[in-house]
Design a protein around this ligand. Structure first.
Ligand code: SF4
Length: 626
């Protein structure tokens, strides 16, 4: 085994910053990395064993113990739950003869929960040895496990034909469906691949490209909405031996799957966007960080990169342009939502735990390996290509004054047509509901768990004054009819996740609880606020739902929701949003379970709650009593 591990280390030039790849290769080879392997790795890479352990322990898909010949990771996102996940989970347990979180005695099956795998429009879904199985039912699970016990191969057990479009490509052969419901200029088959690079790029100087992007007011589509042109201009100005373009394809927000579809159907467009960004900023190294859940695309995407190299669209002197050397490498993640945050993603790219960095310095000044680094989202880069092709004025013809262009929405939940919709910014909630065929709508989660839960009835002002500081400094939207609210940076910003809930759903017990579990699971544990408060808030909510709540509990939740905003990164800063936005828009659901006449609480023990959070994350919080 030592020899095989050394071969893998040598493949990566014994470069410790490639530790993620090395660990991924070892997992491919034997399914886990044990202490003996770690000792060999540490010595070969010039690291301590503790450092190797730190990286392994951070990611969901790394393990130090065997997880079965067939490892099942069953997605636990809310839409999977609403579509019968519990029954599917039980079916796996019965068929495999083991519980979730364990491996069967014969070592054949390991069953594990996992957060959203980007298949919300076709759940419940599972990853089994890197292959995706969608639309799982009890019957399908029985057949699947029976087949595996009989010695059949996973690809013989795909119970639906291959998915649509490139999902059926020979290098993908996946049963995943694109479910593209509406396209505009990004999801558009008229796109002639590489046309922009070959015909338009050299017509402009790098400065002119940046100016075009600035004039278009393109904003980052990952959620933060930072102006893309400005980011490119900053990146170009900073000196460095290398400059880096990173495409962030780590979409982990539950309910989001648009990048999966873009990379399946329009990978060329995304890679072209990286080349355009490299030309504009003078970057020479490109990295696409692909979430582990999309590993099934890796071979296909690498083939596209090879094609681009053959066309001299990557490599040295791209298109004959002097000094324009740029290439792209795909880096797989290993399962950690927080890696969607750009500095955490960079840490991960360097082979470390994906913990967010303190800022400043920002990545654009000092990012990957200390070089100036520009991190853009998949959708942002694809949009940039179209802007260079058709111009800033053309782009300004789409959207609203403060939110230009189009937005890819990942729509799922209680609707007849879940899938991907490309819409103009400014599209109203009413239009979204009509487009996706949703009836009897009770609530919509806009922007995933870190976004807002809105109701379809008029939002009233009940107790909302304080809360609006979190959402709308102006407070203007409090009394607006929800149907008329618009997807835009000034009203309802979204990274693209839209989840619909009908009136049969229990918003607090099912939805909010599920989202809080997600944040508890995904906290990296660095900040005491993010480590403890989601756990404590969830317990407080449970207390209310168990009928033991008092009025003070709601105020406590609101206050803790303010405190958590001091957390270092967006994960912690938004982790209270499921509770805060449900109090804002569904306060009646809380109040009906709260004891109306008493403000005295002798049940909730905060130290006990925090202790539970610490045990979960392996940390410790000290209490100081006056
Ligand atoms: Fe980690 Fe949470 Fe702090 Fe972000 S906010 S750095 S995820 S503990």
């Amino acid at each position: 085994m030592k020899e095989k591990i050394m071969q893998i280390v040598t493949k990566y030039d014994a470069d410790r910053t490639r530790l993620m790849d090395i660990l991924l290769d070892i997992h491919d080879m034997q399914g886990y990395v044990d202490d003996e392997n770690i000792e060999v790795l540490a010595e070969a890479l010039g690291m301590s064993e503790a450092e190797v352990n730190e990286t392994i322990s951070f990611y969901h898909f790394f393990t130090k113990t065997p997880r079965g010949k067939f490892t099942v990771y069953l997605n636990n996102s809310i839409t999977a739950v609403l579509r019968g996940r519990d029954a599917v989970k039980s079916a796996f347990e019965v068929a495999c003869g083991t519980k979730f979180g364990a491996v069967s005695e014969d070592g054949l099956f390991g069953l594990f929960d996992t957060s959203c795998i980007g298949m919300n429009d076709q759940g419940p879904a599972a990853i089994i040895n890197d292959r995706i199985f969608t639309n799982l039912t009890v019957y399908r699970v029985k057949e699947l496990i029976k087949g595996l016990k009989e010695g059949k191969k996973l690809n013989e057990l795909v119970y639906e034909s291959n998915g649509d479009g490139n999902n059926a490509d020979k290098d993908m052969q996946s049963m995943v469906q694109n479910n593209i419901r509406k396209g505009m200029f990004l999801l558009n088959k008229d796109y002639n691949k590489y046309e922009i690079l070959k015909e338009d790029l050299s017509k402009h100087s790098p400065e002119e490209i940046i100016q075009i992007i600035e004039d278009s007011n393109l904003r980052g589509r990952g959620g933060a909405g930072f102006p893309t042109g400005l980011k490119w201009r900053f990146g170009r100005r900073v000196d460095g031996e290398h400059r880096i373009i990173i495409c962030n394809a780590d979409e982990g927000e539950p309910g989001t799957f648009k990048d999966r579809v873009m990379l399946t159907e329009y990978p060329d467009l995304v890679f072209e966007g990286m080349v355009v960004a490299a030309y504009a900023t003078g970057a020479d190294i490109g990295l696409l960080y692909l979430r582990y859940e999309y590993k099934y695309m890796l071979k296909f995407l690498n083939r596209v990169l090879d094609e681009m190299r053959e066309h001299n669209l990557l490599g040295n002197k791209i298109l004959g342009i002097k000094d324009f050397d740029f290439d792209i490498r795909i880096q797989l993640g290993a399962g950690a939502y927080v890696c969607g945050e750009e500095s955490a993603l960079i840490e991960s790219l360097e082979g470390k735990r994906g913990e967010p960095r303190d800022k400043p310095p920002f990545p654009v000044e000092r990012g990957y390996l200390g070089y100036p680094t520009i991190v853009n989202n998949v959708e942002t880069l694809a949009s940039a290509v179209k802007i260079v092709k058709y111009g800033a004025e053309w782009y300004k013809g789409f959207g609203t004054k403060d939110s230009l262009g189009t937005k890819l929405l990942s729509v799922s939940g209680d609707c007849r047509f879940p899938g991907i919709y490309e819409v103009e910014w400014g599209t109203s909630i009413r239009e979204v509901i009509e487009m996706c065929g949703a009836d009897d709508v009770q609530a919509i989660q806009v922007g995933g768990p870190s976004g807002v839960l809105i109701g379809v009835k008029d939002v009233d002002n009940l107790g909302a004054t304080d809360l609006m500081k979190w959402y709308k400094p102006s407070g203007m939207m409090v009394a607006q009819k929800i149907y008329d609210r618009k997807l835009s940076y000034s009203d309802l910003p979204t990274g693209g996740s839209i989840i619909i809930f009908n009136n049969s759903r229990d918003l607090l017990r099912e939805v909010v609880m599920n989202f809080m579990d997600f944040f508890i699971e995904e906290s990296c544990g660095s900040c005491s606020t993010c480590r403890n408060l989601p756990f404590v808030m969830k317990q407080k909510l449970e207390k209310i739902l168990d009928g033991h709540g008092v009025r003070q509990d709601i105020d406590d939740l609101l206050n803790w929701g303010k405190i958590i905003k001091v957390s270092r990164c967006g994960l912690g800063q938004t982790a209270a949003n499921p509770i805060l936005s449900s109090i804002l828009n569904f306060r009646g659901l809380y109040e009906k379970d709260v004891k109306a006449m008493t403000d005295f609480d002798n049940i909730f023990d905060i130290e006990k709650s925090v202790d539970a959070a610490n045990k979960y994350l392996g940390r410790k919080t000290e209490f100081h009593h006056n």
